[in-house]
Write a protein of this length. Sequence first.
Length: 228
Amino acid sequence: MAGDHSTKLEPKRKGKWVVGLTGGIGSGKSTVAACFQAKGITVIDTDEIAHRITAAGGVAMPAIVAAFGDDVAEADGALNRQRMRELVFENPEQRKRLESILHPMIRDISEHEVALASSPYVLLAIPLLIESDRPRDRVDCILVVDCPESIQIERVMKRSGLSRERVQSIMAAQASREQRLAHADAVIHNQGDLAALQTQIDRHHNDFLAAAGAWFGASATPGGQFGK
């Protein structure tokens, strides 16, 4: 655990112990989430929820169209993501406007899904967790997926075809690597091979099981710590 962050084992949501998974673009969050899911842990991905509610017929679309106009919707009613990116990427006011629509809906849906989860703990994937006003309000432990920025850039360029400059501009709009690590209770270093990644996930999984189990066994004391 970093610095003076201590993890209190009492969950913020009654009966649930939640790990917040975060990391910069290209860090490998999806791969890490899939590994935890393979262990039977419920993974709730806020990006997936955002796509769901902005698909054709999505609950967010009427409010988005009312706020931004018909041209932000495709012919089938889904969000025109390219058009929206153009509107909000370099316009903080427009971005806040969009977030004021999406974030409350995403939070309500994710909290509902956390409440329904039956695994020993829940992994809540929030890419911009550190950028939020109070990152610890929704989670009991912050797990950061980390790798060197050069690796982030190469991964994103390879998978998306974006230019190096565009990837760097996206990274500049996110929390810095140092800021994420300063908030971390646990860190997964994802610059090696899959075997090295799995070894770290196994260790953290066991730590999270112990932390959640201690609370449910009513034998926990504050200040449990996770190794990095």
